[in-house]
Design a protein around this ligand. Structure first.
Ligand SMILES: NC(=O)c1ccc[n+]([C@@H]2O[C@H](COP(=O)([O-])OP(=O)(O)OC[C@H]3O[C@@H](n4cnc5c(N)ncnc54)[C@H](OP(=O)(O)O)[C@@H]3O)[C@@H](O)[C@H]2O)c1
Length: 381
């Protein structure tokens, strides 16, 4: 048996010590510019020997997780969290195989340490005045972050800003804006970014719901749902991406819904808007690989907020659930997901079962009919 270190290409540690790059990272052609680099990147990749910063990786050079010493990778992890970036040492063949496969995948998408939530974090939360947005703003501020609070009602936001623990990075910023109006959102994000000197996290949470049979739904209300839940998400994410891409670092959280996996009767338009949020965020996560910006999609189930306060009497039977979760539970999972750069968060976890709808719709219908009654799945064919 040839000792591991003598096998060609096997001892990644040796290559690391020699300062070579991992074989998984694709070498760049001379003058090649990364997709998100823009002018700065163009300048970086045109560096000549002897230039300032010569010998260092350009900021957008894909970096392999295996290139990083284990201690450095461990330092990127939140306290008490699982270090998903650190190379696994020893263990069974299966674990080693899984670890190699994972690190190859990481190499393909280029490594960037996740955003941490602390006193250096600058975050905007949309729909911050109530419910999940309010709980998220509080959770972020409790960790020291400076928060931009966006919603339509100024008074609610000012009251919340006064309630939040102060951030060492500066005052929390009240950003009254209608998420459905692009210019208002752009101005709000720009204002916060200028005051805070950048943007690390954007939580696209603002949303509305109107339930009822589609044939009975007032089309003005249906359009309003599309404007807020679809265009609002699009406007806020687009505005937030500019400063993040310029800094090559950041994280976007999009709040979809369990209804984004499997839409429910009497909520056809709402479900459609949440499916948009899911598809949009999932594509974006891949599209932004290597840009330094991560994307997490959140799928809440039934949460105790005022989302349906205006229509409690219109809620269909399957939605009349006594066991709603507190919005703080969602906020807690959002903070953890940002720090782990998670792809998706299901709150409660059982909501993930609705994701099976893509491959086994009949199974999901049967399950829903059993748990929530035939109102949730009237046709079982
Ligand atoms: N609660 C649930 O069971 C549940 C389940 C799944 C998904 N979700 C999703 O979670 C998100 C938050 O919902 P929630 O339950 O926390 O609702 P909520 O308590 O009603 O809060 C909604 C927030 O969005 C803001 N908002 C509404 N329209 C806006 C607009 N045009 N421009 C700017 N801000 C606007 C509201 O503030 P203003 O009215 O002051 O503007 C409020 O701060 C939504 O996207 C919702 O679809 C909720």
């Amino acid at each position: 048996m040839v000792p591991r270190a003598d096998r060609p290409g096997q001892d990644r540690g040796e290559e690391k010590r020699r300062g070579e790059r991992c074989r998984h990272a694709r070498p760049r052609a001379a003058g090649e510019v990364g997709e998100y680099e823009g002018e700065q990147g163009r300048r970086d990749s045109q560096r000549r020997p002897g230039d300032e910063n010569d010998g260092q990786k350009p900021p957008f050079e894909p970096e392999c997780a295996q290139d990083r010493p284990a201690e450095e990778a461990a330092a990127d992890q939140p306290e008490g969290g699982v270090n998903r970036r650190a190379p696994i040492q020893g263990g069974s063949h299966r674990r080693r195989f899984a670890s190699r496969a994972k690190s190859r995948l990481r190499c393909a998408s280029a490594y960037h340490p996740p955003v941490r939530i602390d006193s250096s974090t600058r975050a905007i939360v949309t729909g911050a005045s109530r419910g999940i947005g309010r709980a998220t703003a509080k959770a972020l501020a409790a960790r020291g972050a400076r928060v931009g609070l966006l919603a339509r009602g100024r008074e609610g936001l000012e009251a919340l800003a006064a309630e939040l623990p102060p951030s060492a990075a500066g005052d929390h910023v009240v950003l009254p804006a209608d998420i459905g109006r692009r210019r208002e959102v752009e101005r709000a994000v720009e204002r916060f970014t200028k005051r805070a000197g950048g943007l690390d996290l954007l939580v696209a949470n603002a949303g509305i719901a109107h339930y009822g049979r589609f044939i009975d739904v007032d089309l003005v209300r249906a359009e309003e749902m599309v404007r807020v839940n679809v265009l609002g998400t699009l406007h806020s994410v687009r505005a937030g991406l500019d400063p993040m891409l310029a800094a090559r670092r950041g994280h976007i959280v999009v709040i979809s819904s369990g209804a984004g996996f499997r839409a429910f009767p009497h909520a056809a338009v709402y479900g459609g808007t949440k499916a948009f949020d899911r598809g949009f965020a999932e594509a974006l996560r891949h599209e932004l690989a290597g840009s330094g910006v991560g994307v997490t999609t959140v799928f809440p189930g039934e949460i105790e907020t005022d989302l349906h306060a205006h229509e409690r009497d219109l809620l269909p039977d399957w939605r009349k659930n006594e066991a709603e979760l507190a919005p703080e539970a969602v906020a807690e999972r959002i903070v953890a997901a940002v720090e782990a750069d998670s792809r998706r968060v299901n709150v409660p976890r059982i909501v993930g079962l609705l994701g099976l709808d893509g491959v086994a719709p009949r199974f999901v219908d049967l399950l829903l009919a059993r748990i929530r009654g035939r109102g949730a799945a009237a046709r079982l064919d």
